[in-house]
Ligand binder design. Structure first.
Ligand SMILES: [Zn+2]
Length: 56
């Protein structure tokens, strides 16, 4: 059940640098990780893809 919550939280969150989807980081100091950049990201280095934007 916890896994589903995490998945949902990440599903529309993207990397500010490369616009790839990010995932929960394994590191305590970081919130997310980007596999494209091969870096761990702070919360502020990511953004949520707003579904409203997709409709435009
Ligand atoms: Zn990235």
């Amino acid at each position: 059940m916890d896994e589903k919550v995490i998945e949902k939280d990440c599903i529309n969150r993207l990397c500010s640098r490369c616009d790839s989807q990010v995932y929960k980081s394994d590191l305590e100091d970081y919130s997310y990780q980007c596999f494209e950049c091969d870096e761990d990201l702070y919360f502020i280095e990511t953004y949520v893809l707003d579904e409203e934007d997709l409709k435009k």
